[in-house]
Write a protein that binds this ligand. Sequence first.
Ligand code: N01
Length: 852
Amino acid sequence: MEDTLMGSHYDVVVVGAGFAGLYAVHKMRDELGLDVQAFEAAGGVGGTWWWNRYPGARCDFESIHYSYSFSEEIQREWEWSERFAGQPEILAYLEWVADKLDVRRAFRFNTRVTSTTWDDKAARWIICTDDGATCTARFVVSCVGGLSVAKEPEFPGSETFRGELYRTSSWPHEPVDLTGKRVAVIGTGSTGIQVIQEIANEAAELTVFQRTPNFAAPLGNEPVDLAQRRWNAEHHAELRAGSRQHMIGVPYDPPSGPALAATPDERRRIFDKYWDRGGFRLLVSTFSDVIFNQQANETIAEYIRERIRERVKDPATAALLCPTDHPYASKRPPFETGYYEAYNLPHVHLVDVRSAPIEAITPTGVRTSSKSYEFDVIILATGFDVFTRPLLNLGLRGRDGLKLEDRWANGPTSYLGVQIAGFPNLFVINGPKSAVALYNVPLATEDNVNFVAAALARAIADKTATFEATYEAEEAWGRLCEGILNLTVIPHSKGSWYMGENIPGKARAAYFFAGGAPLYRAICAEIVHVGYGGFALDRVSAPIPPMVRLDPAAALLLGSMLARGMKPLDELNLDEVRAVAESLRELQLPGPAMRVEIVEEPRARIYIPDRAGPLPVIVFYHGGGWISGSLDLADAPCRRLADENGAIVVSAHYRLAPEHSFPAATDDTFAALSWVWKHVSAYGGDPGRIVVMGESAGANLAAVAAIRARDAGIPLAGQVLIYPPIDPEASTASRTEFADGPFFTRAIGEKMWGAYLGGAELTELAAPSRASSLAGLAPALVLTLELDMSRDEAEDYAGALASAGVPVRLHRFDGLFHGVFNMSAFIPRVREMYASIGEFVATCKEQITEAA
Ligand code: N01
């Protein structure tokens, strides 16, 4: 067999025959028509499900979801016998799929890849295997999986044990009889829990060595009757509809808002409901803040602890089983069926090895720092060296001999989890920093394989010799992964594989993208759309797309909007746009309580902080593209502006287009300003210290109002323009770069301008940059956002103001997109915008005071 391979040249080498490898071979060979050779260390297909044959092994995403979606036929023909299938059935499924796709013949089984070396001259990989064979390939697609190399236990002596010692991750193929035996299980992660509950009734004595208790919740498994199986298979499309638009790739109910906003009774009702329904619903369908907020997390953590205490009879054992040192889901949550009840059996014992660590495996059993135990069987369920080790074991050497272990000395790097800079034409399915850890594996796998197949097709069509992630893109992606993870409770776990902490000496880092499936998919789609942004094709790199540069909180917010099915703004009708604008109020931090006066003519709300006057005055115009938005939308921001600046804030109503097109809005907003100048002293405001301010379209109106005020002789202390659109005909780089968003698109911008202008001629009253002179205008603060199509026109306007002698401060905020001013509850950096405004308003006061 070696001879047939020796020196062969392939288009693609695939490594691994699990979910990813089988689909990758099918895709590359049968759809792209490429010459594919695949390798697999195991004796057959199945990957994880070939190796992990331990008693009780099963999936914890429902099988109708934990299966391929790419083929109608496969979904219609296969029937799952249990809600959560066990390992034998999943393996049988993968074997059946392999036969159906006829992919086995592409594989060389029982063959481990030992080195993978890039030959820069030939632009090919040289792949060597443990049977001494060598071949080359233009592309390597690693499908080695993240949880495929077992962790080496810290304690010595495994080889001295005279009984039977098993690792769950390489369980024997023949049945293991535990009846009448004294059995030890070391480890209480997902694997340990599944083993323990399964063998508790079989072993004569079962001793569980637990270092960290886990928050296990019911799986909710049950057999599926014959009629239901067929129905499920026939209705797969309906059952799986929209899966990929859900955070974890399963169409579970969305959460019921924040736990901290619910009463204890409401929380209990929701927790009970999803506890009973089983599986990941407890995490994703209960409350939106449990994964982000420690206090909210504690409500679910305590709920689970209560349920553990209800189920475990001995209070001391129950106490040991209740986790107290890490938030729920900061470690990958395990699921159980009768796990806690196992500890009520007289022959099941729990040993705490946190207080007395395991020192060694001895010839007769296990020795901890306080005691020795004797066993006939020891089962190691001590976890995996996750994500990095399987790739390191491929012996990867990239450009200029770059070793992967050196590249990753400080933790893994990748772009999307799919490519590693310095390793051209190497593609990884579900690699480190991919979304797979929190995304239904078969769907995550299909997404990655489809992405890679499209990249290969592109490279082949364009005769591109090398396709690789750039170092810059990898850095940006790493920042995003880390930033998102830091917004969750996950970094508060201790010893979790999520952070690489389960392996002594392994770098603590962000090992995966925690932004959820919809965001990950949207980012991948954008990268393709812009011509593989962040990748270099034949060393010519395409710019990193905006979504990769997002502020992590802004990215998460965008992800949750996508998960809620948000359509692009430009696809919405007028009523829908108005509804979206009003819904932004839910994203604002609540404003402080204060006195509010309502004025009917001109319509306005006056926010009056409890301070001694006369106070500076802010006249505020809300955003909404001249077609949406309201005084309600501006309510919380105006309260905050009044409170933080000790200013009277007048929130001015103006008529909206298209019902009232230009110049209605500018006339209304200028009328409001004139009124304020004349009347604000009656409310405690100082008419000599008026700052006009607006957000988005409101900022355009503020800029115009500042020009009209100058011309009308109304003195202004300042103008604050929060990402203003300046000119509908501006032709700037940001208009092109951010034409598709994030969030705000060029198409919706054009619609808004069109509705506002209503065909009117463009003058300085709509486009302030067209004023014949900008001299003599009030000092300006212009706030712009990096990822905003109106960024450059706003910055150009700031430049024009400065050239005309107007004092100008320009502050650009990285990573943020148009509209964030109204998203303060979810994007902490909005507070920087308020701080900048605060500094400016304070300066305005000084200037006027000095002038006075
Ligand atoms: O591994 P783990 P796993 N002394 O790392 C303990 C997937 N999976 O194989 O927490 C004593 O979670 C360790 O203790 P501690 C799933 O993604 C899915 O169980 O480090 N104990 C821990 O209790 C899962 O997350 C399913 O203090 C030691 C255990 O060993 C991932 O695989 C089923 C020790 C390891 O837990 C890994 O799960 C199974 C030591 N020296 C697995 N070293 C499904 O249901 C380690 N431990 C789909």
